[in-house]
Design a protein around this ligand. Structure first.
Ligand code: SAM
Ligand code: SF4
Length: 330
């Protein structure tokens, strides 16, 4: 392991600072736009162990990466999640340790996650209406998710970021009520364009896809013109607010306005594949590196190769993609 952290820079000069680490492909929801594995009792064979995650995180830290986001599948289904957070925060001192979750187990588990050193939580919330929520998640309980959101707000993990994937004809009726949450609460409500990462037929995808501009128009028709909020240019969301309201409304438009030019991310799948880009299936396997005598050095080498393989823009035709979002880690 090198004594001084270095920087991981790709061929286009982009510094890779953010690691998205999928800790399980399993999920207790089945969101309409996602194809998760069910919430069976056991992790599938090949899922990275805590010790293997430690090696990956040590390599990332040695390369100067500053943030890790644990994701999945549903990361809270992984009972060792606090141990992984503890490694990232307390063993390695990463400045930003975050989780993306559907929040269904957040009320119960938040205490142990905070105690382990969690800095931030992103929560997926596709509807406020309990029936729409149940339909889109195929059985999810909106009240339970909402209790998780309130627990995060009480714990002071601000801003509370809520992510909504908008599908025309499915939950576009929820856009305005969700945006209006920002009138009373200092939440960041972020609308994400539906990406063709699941196994939906191309025609069904086209019917359900709703461009960010249309989502914004829906919001503005209800609340008036939004004013921009200054944001980090490498962040995927463009943020706005209604003047005088405490919260913010964000738009993440990976399809209509790809933000590859500012990409600072690298992903590791739950089965140990290093993925330079979400939208591109070129992956490097880490498993053999993890078995080498100096696994951290071997994983660092894989990261350097992967950084070199990052492409200027990752968008490939949907049919070329073999991996769904849960396998990759959203
Ligand atoms: N289960 C957790 C959750 O839902 O927050 C973490 C994993 S989930 C795959 C991570 C994020 O990916 C979620 O915000 C989800 O909405 C988003 N996502 C999944 N499939 C997507 C798709 N086809 N298009 C856009 N976003 C998607
Ligand atoms: Fe599960 Fe998250 Fe996929 Fe929904 S988006 S099915 S909560 S992994």
């Amino acid at each position: 392991m090198p004594s001084e952290p270095r920087e991981l820079v790709d061929r286009y000069g982009r510094i890779v600072r953010d690691l998205r680490l999928s800790v399980t492909p399993r999920c207790n929801f089945r969101c309409a736009y996602c194809d998760p594995l069910g919430a069976g009792a056991h992790e599938p064979p090949g899922t990275l162990s805590v010790d293997q995650v430690r090696v990956v995180l040590r390599a990332a830290a040695a390369l100067g990466m500053t943030s890790v986001r644990f994701t999945g599948g549903e990361p809270l289904l992984r009972k060792e999640l606090p141990a992984m957070i503890r490694i990232a925060k307390h063993e390695l001192g990463l400045p930003d340790v975050a989780v993306t979750t559907n929040a269904s187990a957040l009320e119960q588990r938040l205490g142990e996650l905070l105690e382990a050193g969690l800095d931030r939580v992103n929560i997926s919330l596709d509807a406020l209406d309990p029936e729409v929520f149940r339909t889109i998640t195929q059985g999810g309980d909106a009240a339970r998710v909402w209790r998780g959101i309130e627990a995060v707000a009480r714990a002071g993990l601000t801003p509370v970021k809520l992510n909504t994937v908008v599908m025309r004809g499915v939950n576009d009726g929820e856009v305005v009520p969700l945006a209006r949450l920002t009138e009373r609460r200092p939440f960041h409500v972020r609308f994400i364009e539906y990406m063709h990462l699941n196994n939906a037929a191309a025609s069904a995808y086209q019917q359900n896809f709703m461009p960010g501009a249309d989502i914004r128009a829906l919001v503005e028709a209800s609340v008036g013109e939004l004013e921009p909020v200054e944001t980090d240019p490498s962040a995927p969301a463009r943020l706005f607010r209604v003047p005088g309201w405490p919260g913010a409304v964000g738009f993440i438009n990976p399809v209509s306005e790809p933000f590859c030019g500012a990409c600072s991310r690298m992903r590791v799948t739950s089965d140990g594949m290093l993925r330079p880009c979400l939208l591109n299936d070129h992956e490097l396997e880490l498993r053999s590196a993890l078995n080498e005598p100096d696994p951290v050095a071997a994983v660092i080498d894989r990261f350097l190769v992967a950084a070199h393989r990052k492409v200027a823009s990752g968008l490939t035709a949907p049919t070329e993609r073999r991996r769904t979002m849960v396998a990759i880690g959203g």
